[in-house]
Design a protein around this ligand. Structure first.
Ligand code: PMP
Ligand code: GLN
Length: 387
């Protein structure tokens, strides 16, 4: 081998994802992992059984169709109509992906040319920065600032240039828990139409909304033809390991994304697709009680964090709470999270790594509440030792 660095320059600096790093720290120290967002209780038993049944019945054990099995595409289409009043043709306007992660990658690779600009909320979900880089494009942050994390729409307007190709939105937003209001969505949609921009919207937390309601950007006037909507079964059904995600958009947009997806994974794993088709058809009561349970957990952890001395930014959606550690006299979120297992046996995520501007998120730390109540209570008790 010659001495040339092995890693492509576009990926240089992206390193190990913070989620993997912090989960490894939790495993190594035995600390309670409130870092990476995954539930400690699996989703509905009948959906697990549906996956077992699919495996036993030989459904999806060989390469399934590239766009996804017809049963799942139909169920996604029905879900979009049932919850959001949106009509997508299951044959041409729905694409199944290996989680939302692959949907994001395939969409960026399909739609971006080198040097295109992508405006995205900062803090960024980490794969956005990586996928924009892999596509050779440039990310342009629209910074969400504490305490409200509302986007500044004048700033958004000012950041649009002739090189802007798309807006990459995320609502409910990871890590801040911000949910766009109808007024904000209307203003963003008007800008997208005025400047003829594509919009990619990551709505994986669409069912995890505690304040207000989630409305897909694609439902706004002028948006359907320019919007790629991304979602996933991981959060809604508590099966993050199954990696079933999807894209809904117009035929030409889906076809562009499918072209990239074909050469990433070719197809997504089969049997889980049949199970998620059943999950998407669960009665409203499932979605309602899931949301009510998580709302209660949000309040449980939020109260625990406040009692421990954190400043808590109440999330309107997602299963994350962003806090500020400055009340402890601390400023460096990454150093704080590295030391937290040793100090009190808990793992969290430093939001600072999701910012281009190192000052913007310096003292912010994210905790997940998708854990059993006793685990949240134990973590809150341990965090009190920080005081
Ligand atoms: N987008 C956001 C905002 C997320 O938080 C996650 C977390 N997993 C993903 C995408 C990836 O979803 P999936 O696990 O379905 O790939
Ligand atoms: N979306 C989850 C989080 O934000 C997990 C992400 C991951 O592991 N890539 O914690």
């Amino acid at each position: 081998m010659n001495a040339r660095p092995l890693l492509n320059r576009r990926l240089d600096g992206l390193g190990t994802t913070i989620f993997a790093e912090m989960s490894a720290l939790a495993n190594a120290t035995g600390a309670i992992n409130l870092g990476q967002g995954f539930p400690d209780t699996d989703g509905p038993e009948e959906i697990r059984e549906a996956a077992v049944r699919a495996l036993r019945d030989g459904k999806g054990n060989q390469y399934p169709p590239g766009p996804g099995v017809p049963e799942l595409r139909a169920a996604i289409s029905e879900h979009q109509r049932r919850f959001h009043g949106l009509a997508f043709d299951p044959d041409t306007e729905v694409l199944v992906t290996a989680g939302a992660t692959e949907a994001i990658a395939a969409t960026m690779l399909a739609l971006l040319e080198p040097d295109d600009e992508v405006i995205a909320f900062e803090p960024f979900y980490d794969s956005y920065a990586a996928c924009i880089a892999m596509a050779g494009a440039k990310r342009v942050p629209l910074t969400l600032r504490a305490p409200s994390f509302r986007p500044d729409l004048d700033e958004l307007r000012a950041k649009i240039t002739p090189r802007t190709r798309l807006l990459l939105l995320n609502t409910p937003h990871n890590p801040t828990g911000m949910v766009l209001t109808a007024d904000e969505q209307n203003a963003i949609a008007a800008l997208a139409v005025e400047h003829d921009l594509l919009v990619v919207t990551d709505e994986v937390y669409e069912h995890l909304v505690y304040e207000g309601t989630h409305r897909p950007l694609a439902a706004l006037p002028g948006m359907r033809e320019r919007t790629v909507t991304i979602s996933s079964a991981g959060k809604t059904f508590s099966f993050t390991g199954w990696k079933v995600g999807w894209v809904t958009a117009t035929g030409p947009l889906v076809s562009a994304v499918r072209t990239a997806k074909q050469y990433l994974t070719y197809v997504s794993a089969g049997p889980f697709q049949y199970a998620i088709a059943e999950a998407l058809r669960l009665p409203d009561s499932y979605f309602e009680s899931f949301r009510a349970d998580l709302r209660r957990k949000r309040d449980l952890l939020g109260n625990g964090l406040r009692a421990a001395g954190f400043e808590v930014y109440e999330p309107q959606g997602t299963y994350f709470i962003t806090t500020d550690i400055t009340p402890f006299g601390e400023k460096d979120a990454y150093a704080f999270c590295r030391a937290l297992p040793e100090r009190c046996g808990v793992v969290a995520i430093p939001n600072s790594v999701f910012y281009d501007d190192p000052d913007a998120g310096r003292g912010q730390v994210r905790f997940t509440f998708c854990k059993r109540d006793d685990v949240l209570q134990e973590a809150a008790g341990r965090l009190r030792r920080l005081g």
